[in-house]
Design a protein around this ligand. Structure first.
Ligand SMILES: Cc1ncc(COP(=O)(O)O)c(C=O)c1O
Length: 344
């Protein structure tokens, strides 16, 4: 029976076509199926991308803060790789640096280190900030000049609360050194459904096919069947756009409640989310210790910042994602923490 068969390593053509249509419809990205490889998740695809694009001793540029899983993934895929970090958060003012400042820092670090890959999520985990067009254009141009790759991790692309930047619609035919990684986890609120895809130039997709042959052989057949059937129907009847708007609105409201509750109960510096599921709060002491004592005394869990980069050693990540359907829990959490810290 068809559901039990291996699919092609790149994924079913029909599934890749449905993805191309969806990206065109939602973001205006122009893609052919030779720009797309379907994989098991963005985690697996990112791992395969490191192997495809870089040599074991190459340098990889990550921002600070950034997604905590990247350093481990890099070390596993490329044993001798050197991770270079660029700080983007002004810890004193507790806000992101200006685009101009980030672009200048980037050019300087790139010139010195010559990284093979520059990787970042947009919207970001853990900061929920969205890099602006000018900065991303600088990264793209510099990578193009220097024969490096810019990978944008779009795990939270459909959850962007601000006007989406124009690079959300860039196509690999315009920017051959740009690679977009997509996850099926967050946008469909189905973290355990392991499927993702990559958009890239046909040369990169061709090379990834050979790597993926050795890593997972092919993406899951049943999930592809379900995904392409859903995409086709939901694009045709307009329900996909409605669904995504609803989900985004839920997260946006939960983000608002979180920021208001921080102001009301704790009055600690935090970042207003521009998309995604998180905010960062500056606690002004070692966050590993803060998290342990707050959890023990209140039952409220913050995520210590250090894993996302040195700039967050005195900060915590707050995830409002699990509480979109009951935002009162968010307020209750901050109230308890305020009482414990003697702030109420
Ligand atoms: C930025 C980012 N990329 C990737 C992932 C993992 O995605 P997947 O479930 O597709 O492996 C996450 C999960 O939290 C994430 O935050």
């Amino acid at each position: 029976h068809d559901a039990g068969k291996y699919s092609p390593t790149l994924g079913f053509d029909e599934c890749r076509e449905a993805i191309a249509e969806m990206e065109r419809e939602l973001f205006g990205v122009t893609l052919d199926i030779e720009n797309i490889i379907v994989g098991q998740s963005s985690t697996q695809l990112t791992h395969d991308l490191f192997i495809t694009l870089a040599n074991p001793g190459d340098k990889i540029l990550l921002f600070d803060p950034t997604y905590a899983n990247y350093p481990g993934q890099i070390k596993m895929a490329l044993r001798d790789a050197k991770i270079v970090r660029q700080r983007v958060l002004d810890v004193g003012r507790w806000e992101y640096k200006s685009e101009e400042e980030m672009a200048e820092d980037f050019k300087e670090i790139y010139e010195r280190e010559k990284p093979k890959i520059v990787l970042f999520p947009s919207p970001d985990n853990p900061s929920s900030q969205v890099f602006g067009d000018n900065f991303v254009k600088t990264i793209a141009d510099v990578c193009h000049e220097g024969n490096s790759f810019m990978i944008i991790d779009y795990a939270y692309k459909t959850q962007c609360f601000i006007t989406p930047p124009s690079y959300f619609s860039w196509s690999p035919s315009d920017y051959p050194n740009m690679i977009a990684v997509h996850s099926n986890s967050k946008w469909g609120r189905g973290l355990g459904r392991r499927l993702g895809w990559v958009d890239a130039s046909p040369e990169v997709i061709d090379a990834m096919e050979r790597v993926q042959q050795c890593s997972i052989l092919c993406p899951d057949t049943m999930h592809q069947f379900a995904f392409m059937a859903y995409l086709k129907r939901a694009l045709r009847n307009g329900s996909l756009k409605r669904y995504l708007e609803e989900v985004k609105e839920g997260y946006r409201k939960a983000a608002e409640v979180t920021i208001e509750a921080i102001k009301e109960y704790l009055d600690m510096p935090c970042l207003v989310p521009q998309g995604g599921l998180y905010t960062l709060m500056k606690v002004g002491e070692d966050s590993d210790e803060f998290v342990k004592r707050v959890l023990k005394n209140t039952g409220v869990l913050f995520i210590p910042g250090r894993g996302f980069g040195e700039s967050l050693k005195e900060a915590v990540r707050i995830s409002y994602g699990p509480h979109v359907e009951n935002t009162d829990v968010i307020k209750e959490g901050f109230k308890r923490v305020a009482e414990y810290l003697g702030k109420s």
